[in-house]
Design a protein around this ligand. Structure first.
Ligand code: MN
Length: 228
């Protein structure tokens, strides 16, 4: 199975419970649509776990991007690597776990991943005259910061289904924490085929709501765990 998730934001224990719930195994692949760090306590611990798993693919979120900007500014000003790493550690609640390998892996993250069936990106892609633009033509700002893509009336035609996060879905549901599916025009109701959706909105604002969830892209089934 292929699963998609976003905005885990340092909720390490809850993430492990979710992986247990779906019996995540070597035969599966997990796509993580950014914002692994910040807010929750265990961002770096979580990042190191994700980077250690060969079947997890991560894209960059705005929270990782802000950190990378901080890092690139520091390294421009100083060649004292020990001092720089100390400052980088101070960026995160569990920053004592940060090492150069992890910084390098963060620096290598892509802005999007495209598979045969879907695209995984943190904030979204631009839509021009109703059509989804190709991911490679999008700016960094659109892919990881811009909040326009989440709007319910943004229903791109063409292109692949886009999995994204960045804005909590409760902004749109009036409080309910659930993953939002946007069917294409004329698609069957409650389709289990990901190609019948133009976009799937993943961000459940876990630190606030206590809910973390993911979607199986093969069946469009959602799985949720709730923290205490
Ligand atoms: Mn974000």
């Amino acid at each position: 199975m292929e699963y998609c998730i976003s905005d885990i934001h340092g909720n390490y224990d809850l993430f492990c419970r979710l992986m247990d719930k779906i019996s995540f195994s070597d035969a599966d692949v997990l796509y993580v649509a950014g914002d692994i760090v910040d807010k929750g306590a265990d961002g770096i611990r979580l990042l190191k776990l994700l980077f250690s798993l060969p079947n997890v693919r991560v894209v960059l979120g705005n929270h990782e991007h802000v950190f990378l900007n901080f890092y690139h500014n520091l390294i421009r000003e100083s060649d004292d690597y020990e001092l720089v790493l100390d400052k980088l550690k101070g960026f995160f609640a569990d920053g004592e776990l940060l090492d150069w390998d992890t910084v390098g892996q963060l620096d290598d993250l892509p802005y999007y991943i495209e598979t045969d069936d879907f695209i995984c990106v943190h904030a979204g892609l631009s839509v021009e005259t109703g059509k989804l633009t190709s991911p490679g033509s999008n700016s960094i700002n659109t892919m990881i910061y811009d909040r326009a893509f989440k709007e319910p009336d943004v229903l791109p035609e063409g292109g692949k289904c886009v999995f994204f996060g960045h804005t909590p879905t409760w902004y749109l549901t009036g409080g309910k924490s659930e993953i939002l599916f946007y069917p294409r025009k004329g698609a069957p109701k409650n389709s289990r085929d990901v190609r019948d959706y133009c976009k799937i909105h993943l961000d459940l604002d876990t630190c606030l709501t206590g809910v973390l969830g993911c979607v199986a892209a093969d069946t469009c089934e959602c799985f949720y765990v709730k923290g205490r």
